[in-house]
Design a protein around this ligand. Structure first.
Ligand SMILES: Nc1nc2c(c(=O)[nH]1)N[C@H]1C(S)=C(S)[C@@H](COP(=O)(O)OP(=O)(O)OC[C@H]3O[C@@H](n4cnc5c(N)ncnc54)[C@H](O)[C@@H]3O)O[C@H]1N2
Ligand code: MOO
Length: 407
């Protein structure tokens, strides 16, 4: 019995996961999920320092002629204290004297014949001083369990002198397809056969999403063949298969799963396309059986499979987010079932993809997002507010756009 979309999402969100971890150098941690909370051990800046190459003074001396008593470089362990009418020459990043209350950039100073300097009387107290802890305070949380490590998190770790981080191990995903008609893309396909495009699709997508991926082969249309591939894959966290899930005479995946005492999580979702999707669990391995139709399986993967992967990688972000956008056309949808519509968002408007039959392979190559329409929605007027779910964003455009001017 097919279940509601929200129920299917809830079941995925509530699956049990046993996450394993490993400790790796931070340079290799990009894209991994942190298995530890990290608290700042040192404040940043670590000491009050100069933001400019110039001169450090006591602010109240700003109207006097100042003699230069020392030069302080970044990295110096200097303990000079300023006296009245004195300045220190100081470099960007150098620790300032304890009683220094303003830095004057060197280009703003006037150099006098007597080797003294005058500073502009417009200076402000505390100018160009970077104070201890203004960036990060000691004991401030920096990274939480479940956060994805990206370049900016690596900045945090490195700035704290942290060399290694505990991350969750990549989940192991095994992918296979079933169908006698399928040929692998590097094999010769007769004109009555088709290339297996689903397997490479999900292999690359799962790798992109942070999984370790194996391909175990193609099942023939028999229970035995599917059983063999499943048996060989039961050390995986998740098996993703496509095809053979419907009611045709050559659809055997569900029968094969039954022979393993597969625990049924759901069997069918009230969604279009991709209704026959199955999620189960055999021993400790989840098994997601997507429909064979390439677009249907890819859309279901984007909407449900990705959330499952978020769980398996240990992410603390397990819900879809969206961007509010405008509909770029008058849109008609047949009511009755929640519908996933792929399309292109240009930064302002969403235009649905015209060619979107479940069996197509070309659709997502032109799309960068989805909208998900409620079963009661039939007409969406141009310029209406909609919510788009990004597919995989590196948000660039072919044509140059003006990002500076606001209306
Ligand atoms: N009588 C009914 N027929 C169908 C129903 C139904 O409710 N009653 N549902 C339809 C829907 S909806 C879908 S979706 C498909 C799902 O079928 P299967 O998951 O069993 O998939 P197959 O029959 O094996 O294949 C469907 C289609 O996809 C092509 N395919 C399969 N695997 C791949 C692959 N790895 N790469 C590329 N293309 C693949 C396959 O050749 C078929 O054309 O069932 C409908 N039928
Ligand atoms: O659900 Mo099927 O995926 O409509 O083609």
């Amino acid at each position: 019995m097919a279940i509601d979309v929200s129920e299917a999402l809830n079941k995925i969100i509530n699956i049990n996961t046993t996450l394993k971890f490993e400790i790796i150098p931070i340079e290799d941690a990009h894209g991994r999920i942190s298995a530890q909370d990290i608290i700042a051990k040192i404040s940043l800046p670590r000491f009050n320092n100069s933001a400019m190459d110039g001169y450090g003074i006591i602010y109240e001396n700003k109207d006097e002629e100042l003699s230069i008593v020392d030069t302080i470089f970044a990295g110096d362990d200097n303990s000079t204290l300023l006296k009245d009418s004195q300045a220190v020459k100081i470099m960007t990043g150098a620790r300032i004297p304890e009683n220094c209350t303003a830095i004057i950039p060197k280009e703003d100073c006037q150099y006098l014949d007597n080797d003294k300097i005058k500073v502009p009387n417009t200076i402000k107290k505390f100018q160009h001083i970077r104070y201890i802890g203004e960036d990060i305070n000691e004991d401030e949380p920096l990274i939480n369990i479940g956060d994805e490590i990206n370049f900016s998190k690596i900045t945090l770790l490195a700035s704290q002198g942290i060399s290694h981080i505990k991350v969750y191990k990549k989940p192991k995903i095994v992918i296979f397809s079933s169908g006698e008609e399928l040929k692998l893309h590097y094999e010769k396909a007769e004109d009555y056969q088709i290339y297996n495009s689903n397997t490479p699709t999900f292999m690359s997508r799962c790798k992109e999403l942070g999984c370790q991926v194996d391909f175990t082969g193609q099942a023939r249309d028999s229970i035995e063949s599917i059983k063999e591939l499943v048996t060989n894959s039961l050390d995986a966290d998740l098996i993703i298969t496509s095809g053979g899930v419907s009611v045709g005479d050559a659809d055997f995946t569900k029968d094969a799963f039954k022979e393993f005492d597969c625990q049924n999580i759901f069997d069918g979702i009230k969604i279009k396309p991709g209704k026959p999707t199955v999620l189960g669990k055999i021993r400790d391995t989840y098994i997601l059986n997507l429909p064979g139709n390439p677009l249907a399986s890819a859309l279901i993967f984007e909407f449900f499979g990705k959330i499952l992967i978020q769980k398996l990688i240990g992410s603390n972000k397990i819900h879809h987010n969206f961007i509010v956008a405008k509909m770029g056309e008058d849109f008609y949808n047949k009511k009755g079932r929640i519908t996933i519509v792929p399309g292109y968002f240009d930064g302002e408007y969403f235009i649905s993809e015209q060619k979107r039959s479940p069996g197509m392979v070309s659709t997502l190559s032109r799309s960068n997002c989805l909208i998900v329409l409620d079963e009661n929605v039939s007409n969406i007027k141009k310029d209406s507010t909609i919510k788009i779910l990004p597919i995989n964003w590196n948000f660039f455009e072919k044509n140059s756009k003006d990002f500076l001017t606001y209306e």
